[in-house]
Design a protein around this ligand. Structure first.
Ligand SMILES: [Zn+2]
Length: 414
């Protein structure tokens, strides 16, 4: 090949890479307002979040993984945030409580995969809790490939001079307001590509007072803060040609009876909600109970982030913003066979490629070998799969790859 042709090729390649990055003016903000079960959301006065849902979509959802299975996940705050930002349940991301002892960073966060794919894209965290950036996202840790967050506004709660701590944690109400105001200003001025806003005080009030006037008041207060951010996004869209996805959600519900605490597996503790400012055309969200972990693949899709296959095959959620081919994939082992079942939302005959892995090396940073078993018609809704004999109790990993997404399940053998 002549030198000129090579040069021309290189120019074409670099243009197409630049083109890919510049073409997408899609941006995302997700907001977590802490600890509002779906029934209490409905009882609260939330005109701003309601308006977002009306313009786009609103759905009830669940946290806590699949009850009674390996994915069952405590309905605790940091556990929920980490399920959102890794797209996995606790058996993978390994954050079991608010002490965040040992996150498994081999299930990369949204912040990590965005930076890995597009180092020049900008991220921001506005948070009433410092650990979200330093421990869950793991900024600057070797285990996260020293992922950077381009802008942060957090840690105000450790500044006791400016925010003296009080018995009922009222100082956090003021911090929530500061966090939301900074998020609104920064988003309007700078337009980062991916932002996380975290507002805490609704959960504190519930822990003290349970379902009460004080709780409904703080939810209305947080809703107004969400409104300032939603308005900033609207203004930003008016002055640019950017396209913003805003997602507002919560991290867990509340205990039955008094609504004070959370952490267990009751329906109310597992119940959450998700509001999105973009209409959802597929029927999956309308007809099914979606999950907190569905937000990750939704953001991945909206920001066109190419995921490494090993990461995609571990995701416990499926995207909400495009057609879903298969959901609720489960498997039961019977002798040397596994009976797989799944659900479909549409009537089209499509193929799903079925892969199997007998290892779980990704847990320790390795890679798993997925063997292609065959193809199934998604309309069959069941498949009997022969597996090789295994000596001890273990899990095998099954992945379906369809036209629009992948989905996985772990099956217990022996
Ligand atoms: Zn919480």
């Amino acid at each position: 090949m002549g030198k000129n042709i090579i040069r021309l090729l290189l120019i074409c390649i670099s243009f197409s890479v630049i083109g890919q990055e510049e073409k997408t003016k899609n941006k995302v903000v997700f907001i977590i307002v802490d600890g509002i079960s779906s029934d209490l959301y409905y009882k609260s006065n939330t005109p701003n979040i309601d308006a977002i849902g009306k313009e786009g979509a609103f759905t009830e959802a669940y946290v806590g993984g699949k009850r009674g299975t390996i994915t069952e996940t405590p309905t605790i705050s940091a556990v929920g945030y980490n399920s959102l930002i890794t797209g996995t349940w606790v058996n993978k991301h390994n954050v079991y409580g608010n002490d965040i002892r040992k996150p498994n960073y081999n299930y990369p966060t949204l912040f990590r995969v965005l930076k890995d794919a597009y180092p020049n894209k900008k991220t921001a965290i506005f948070s009433t809790w410092l650990d979200n950036r330093t421990k869950l996202v793991g900024e600057n840790l070797p285990e996260t490939n020293n992922v950077k967050v381009d802008y942060h506004f957090d840690g105000l709660e450790v500044d006791e001079k400016r925010f003296p701590h009080d018995q009922f944690k009222k100082y956090l109400k003021r911090i929530d307001a500061e966090v939301a105001r900074e998020a609104a200003n920064y988003i309007l001025d700078e337009g980062p590509d991916l932002s996380w806003v975290y507002l805490e005080h609704s959960d504190d009030v519930a822990h003290y007072y349970g379902e009460s006037k004080a709780f409904f008041d703080i939810v209305a207060y947080e809703d107004a803060l969400v409104g300032t951010i939603a308005n900033a996004i609207k203004l930003r869209e008016l002055k640019t040609d950017e396209n913003w996805l805003l997602i507002v959600t919560t991290d867990h519900g509340r205990m039955p009876l008094d609504g004070k605490h959370h952490g267990f597996q009751s329906d109310r503790e597992r119940s959450i909600w998700i509001a999105l400012n973009k209409p959802i055309t597929n029927t999956y969200l309308k007809n099914n109970r979606v999950a907190l972990v569905d937000i990750y693949p939704t953001i991945i899709d909206f920001l066109s982030i190419p995921l490494p296959k090993q990461t995609a095959y571990e995701l416990d959620g499926i995207p909400l913003n495009k057609q879903i081919d298969v959901f609720d994939l489960t498997g039961v082992a019977i002798d040397n066979k596994v009976k797989l079942n799944w659900l479909v939302e549409h009537k089209e005959h499509e193929k799903a490629k079925v892969y199997i892995s007998y290892t779980n090396n990704i847990k320790k940073g390795g890679t798993d070998e997925y063997k292609l078993i065959g193809e199934v018609d998604v309309q069959d809704k069941e498949y009997l799969l022969k597996i090789k004999p295994v000596k001890k109790t273990t899990y095998i990993k099954i992945v379906f790859v369809t036209k629009n997404h992948s989905i996985n399940t772990w099956v217990k053998i022996n």
